[in-house]
Design a protein around this ligand. Structure first.
Ligand SMILES: [Fe+2]
Ligand SMILES: [Fe+2]
Length: 294
């Protein structure tokens, strides 16, 4: 058992700066993933369960931050309960290390079971917010976005429970390009309205990921035609480079710089640094899955 993921010798520990040995700020969370080429479902189940439990705890935290007592006391209290239970689950997974192969199915169930009521919460409140029954500060799209992530983690973990660790490229690209598109639009709407240039850059980035969604030659050409210089920088120098990979690397670099600038107060916004680091880690996960996908 290894309580410090920084010391987990058999896995990759991914930090904001490629060569760092520890987080660069109190907001940075390191991502621990199986080494490239390691397709052991127990290692993947542990790493993805650890990643997902933390992400889901943060979704609940973001809901609570966007639900003032005055507007949504009951919903806020419910969100805080989800935050506590997913934080606890995360701590347990982190401390215990990967399960035995024979325990895979039951290990996976300890994560997929608590995801179900959270999916239901996100669906119910998303509906209430979009029909005006709930007047929190959570956008309907934020409820949908976080629900789609929860549903995807449930699917992924179920597959891992049956020993299936492989990523299918079409699924990875379809799921994550949509998530990246929505992140970019969230950022555009959370930046200070005075940040003209960054708001525009965020919208351009969203457009590129919408065009790349079907991962076809047409999609790539469309993305390049729409935003030739914005996202796909390295493609211009090396047309052999995978267009989606290049776009993901670029958005990851953008988010890494953005979280540093938000922490340092160089960007004016209402983006909480924990949210900025959250979307950075999701871009990192996309890139990592894409490298493994077949
Ligand atoms: Fe998320
Ligand atoms: Fe997200």
């Amino acid at each position: 058992m290894n309580r410090d993921p920084g010391l987990r010798a058999d896995m990759d520990v991914l930090t904001r700066s490629p060569d760092a040995t520890k987080p660069e700020s109190s907001y940075e969370k390191v991502v621990v993933l199986p080494r490239m080429g390691d397709d052991d479902p127990a290692n993947h189940a542990w790493a993805d369960a650890r990643f997902a439990a933390d992400i889901l705890a943060e979704h609940a935290l973001f809901f609570a931050l966007l639900m003032p007592e005055e507007l949504a006391a009951k919903e806020r209290a419910e969100a805080l309960r989800f935050k506590d239970s997913f934080s606890e689950l995360y701590q347990r997974i982190d401390a215990d290390g990967p399960p035995q192969r024979s325990d895979l199915r039951s290990f996976v169930a300890t994560v997929t079971e608590p995801i179900k009521p959270f999916i239901e919460y996100k669906a119910r409140l998303g509906e209430a917010q979009s029909t005006g029954k709930l007047r929190s500060l959570v956008w309907p799209l934020f409820f949908d976005h976080t629900r789609h992530e929860a549903e995807r983690w449930e699917r992924r973990l179920k597959g891992l429970g049956t020993g299936e660790s492989e990523f299918e490229r079409a699924e990875v690209v379809r799921f994550w390009t949509n998530i990246m598109d929505e992140h970019a639009r969230f950022v555009a709407h959370l930046l200070d309205p005075d940040e003209f240039e960054l708001v525009e850059k965020a919208f351009s980035t969203a457009t590129v990921f919408r065009r790349l969604r079907d991962d076809s030659v047409g999609g790539t050409v469309g993305a390049l035609a729409a935003e030739p210089g914005t996202v796909i920088d390295s493609l211009a120098q090396n047309p052999e480079v995978d267009a989606v990979m290049s776009a993901v690397q670029t958005i990851l670099d953008f988010k890494t710089q953005a979280v540093r600038d938000i922490e340092a107060g160089r960007i004016k916004s209402i983006i909480e640094p924990r949210l900025a680091d959250h979307v950075r880690r999701e871009a990192l996960k996309f890139l990592n899955e894409l490298k493994r996908a077949v």
